[in-house]
Design a protein around this ligand. Structure first.
Ligand SMILES: [Cu+2]
Length: 392
């Protein structure tokens, strides 16, 4: 039995090594593509950060109850898995009001099997069946009533901690909900800012890694300056038992979670979420704002867009302090956020990354497609035919 296990692990390891070797070609290719004119949507959505390996199936330890302690079994991907990806354009617009109001937020904890990658599935825990949870918008001074229900089909207790809340546990002290339970609490939005909310039920890092995080914006007096497009992106990590690129249904690995050794880094919950499924789109001349959070649970993001410069950064999501200008890369800690603004002057494909670029090889990438007339005064150039950018 042990010999078989060792052979299987060796095979997996060699698959991963060849996978990673193949992926190392992606980064320079992407960089070369970054300033090329936008192509047809079909061509541009073919990008796959992690092609499926030739591994026959995921390799996991069988549960002890099967009598197979330490034995190696393959678990196929679940056929009923759904997309848990939240469209980064799915967020409410500016409030455009001057007086505080009483407002209401509704959350539901939903456990469901989602698509992590091609032929790889994962049991996500979510707010409202998407990762990240809904983007909420409140105004300074608002009284916010938070309602939450834990879906009766859940297997575990869930809760919510809003970093925008002043009060015990950010609400989590009164919101530990067993499956089928619901409750509410009320808070006053005292501080403007862009805040993470997340499940705060032990093991909290497990609930967050499984997808239970989102953002709430508390607009400052008068709101934020107008822009043409706003987007909602949250970075996270996944700790699967099978290695990077392993197919099949992937249980969470507690040792990897505790050792902070994720297999995947993702934007909006899954591989390809913001490249193939829901890329960001804008037109030249538009002002873009990205609300960027880190659900983590563990890794600080060095947020950068390949081929762009942030004109303005609300550092650490402070909306009332001095705004940073002309920034290349900005730090966003776990449980933190930022808002960045920039104008897009040149058409092409731009790539949202964490500039700790090994994470690109583990899935962390998003595309911003900019369409519009060429702008040779700002950028001009042609790739060499053999530069690896062929086809773009
Ligand atoms: Cu939870």
């Amino acid at each position: 039995m042990e010999g078989k296990a060792v052979r299987s692990l060796r095979r997996l390891r060699s698959n991963i090594i060849s996978l990673v070797a193949g992926l190392s070609l992606i980064a320079p290719t992407l960089a070369a593509c970054a300033t090329q004119p936008a192509q047809s949507a079909e061509t541009l959505t073919n990008f796959k950060p992690l092609p499926a390996t030739t591994a026959p199936g995921v390799i996991t330890k069988a549960p002890a109850s099967t009598g197979g302690s330490g034995s190696i079994v393959a678990v196929p991907a679940k056929q009923d898995a759904v997309s848990i990806v939240r469209d980064p354009a799915d967020l409410p617009g500016p409030l455009n009001r001057t007086q505080p109001v009483k407002t209401r937020i509704d959350l539901e904890a939903v456990e469901l099997t989602g698509k992590l990658a091609d032929n790889t599935t994962y049991d996500y825990w979510t707010f409202n069946a998407k990762v990240p949870g809904p983007f909420f918008r409140a105004g300074i001074g608002d009284t916010v009533e938070v309602h939450m229900r834990n879906n009766p089909s859940s297997k575990t207790t869930h809760s919510v901690d809003f970093h925008a809340v002043t009060g015990p546990g950010g609400g989590a002290a009164v919101m530990q909900l067993a499956p089928g339970q619901e409750n509410s609490f009320t808070f006053k939005a005292l501080n403007p800012g862009l805040y993470i909310y997340h499940c705060a039920t032990p093991i909290v890092a497990n609930h967050m890694a499984n997808g239970m995080y989102g953002l709430i914006l508390v607009e400052p007096q008068g709101g934020l300056p107008p822009v043409d497009k706003e987007f909602y992106v949250v970075q996270g990590e996944l700790y699967t038992q099978g290695g990077l690129g392993a197919t099949g249904h992937q249980p969470m690995s507690l040792p990897k979670l505790l050792n902070e050794t994720p297999e995947y880094f993702v934007l909006n919950g899954a591989l390809g979420a913001l490249t193939a499924e829901h890329p960001l789109k804008a037109r030249t001349g538009e002002k873009v704002r990205i609300f960027w959070g880190v659900g983590g649970p563990n890794f600080t993001s060095s947020f950068h867009i390949i081929g762009e410069i942030f004109d303005r950064v609300y550092d650490q999501a402070s909306l009332t302090g001095p705004v940073l200008t002309d920034v290349q890369t900005t730090l966003v800690p776990p449980g933190g956020a930022t808002a960045v603004e920039f104008e897009v002057e040149v058409p092409g494909r731009y790539i949202l990354v964490d500039h700790a670029l090994s994470r690109l090889e583990r899935g962390l990438a998003g595309f911003l497609f900019v369409e519009g007339p060429e702008n040779p005064e700002v950028f001009s150039g042609t790739a060499l035919p053999a530069s690896g950018a062929g086809g773009h």
